[in-house]
Design a protein around this ligand. Structure first.
Ligand SMILES: Cc1cc2nc3c(=O)[nH]c(=O)nc-3n(C[C@H](O)[C@H](O)[C@H](O)COP(=O)(O)O)c2cc1C
Length: 161
């Protein structure tokens, strides 16, 4: 049996997910995207996995730069930033970083000052799976932010815990 893409997306809307801004910077250019498809893989070495839609041409920047920032958003401050980095505010992709206070990690990846936690990562493997780039990234630095409630996404809307 083949599952229709819409049926799959409807099923996925039942997931409650944390919301992240995943970022990169380097020779290919600077890029930040709102993403829920982020998961921990291993603690030794500390490794995370991120899935990015290959239909966005600028998502190639991640693999080309080789670095990846993963910024976990707080409920209080995250929603506006999430909307901007999802492209729903009408801002040009290059202007997204005017929202929020951004620093830079050792790898060169942009890190958000008020993230609940910001991971500075190097991409160690990239694989195309169907419509998405699947990136495996080793964490080389992490910055813990406030111990505050996270921003969530569920049933196609932002939710507060
Ligand atoms: C809550 C939420 C979660 C998202 N999760 C992902 C994701 O995990 N991977 C992805 O590639 N895009 C995800 N997107 C879509 C991207 O944020 C969006 O397509 C992208 O920022 C558009 O940028 P572009 O117009 O520059 O391509 C998500 C969007 C929202 C609103």
């Amino acid at each position: 049996m083949t599952i229709e893409p819409k049926a799959f997306r409807d099923a996925m809307s039942r997931f409650a997910s944390a919301v992240h801004i995943v970022t990169t910077d380097g020779k290919a250019g600077r890029r930040g995207v709102t993403a829920t498809a982020v998961v921990g893989v291993s603690d030794d070495p500390a490794t995370l996995l991120v899935c990015l839609n290959a239909a966005s041409p600028q998502n190639h920047f991640f693999g080309e730069n080789g670095n990846l920032g993963i910024n976990v958003l707080a409920a209080e401050t995250g929603q506006k930033v999430a909307q901007v980095f999802a492209g729903s505010s009408g801002d040009k992709a290059s202007d997204r970083f005017a929202n929020g206070e951004w620093g830079v990690g050792e790898t060169g990846a942009p890190l958000l000052a008020d993230a609940l936690v910001a991971f500075d990562c190097r991409i160690v493997e990239a694989r195309r799976v169907a419509t998405h780039h699947v990136l495996l990234a080793e964490v080389v630095g992490l910055r813990l932010g406030p111990d505050a409630p996270p921003l969530l996404y569920h049933a196609r809307g932002y939710r507060l815990l």
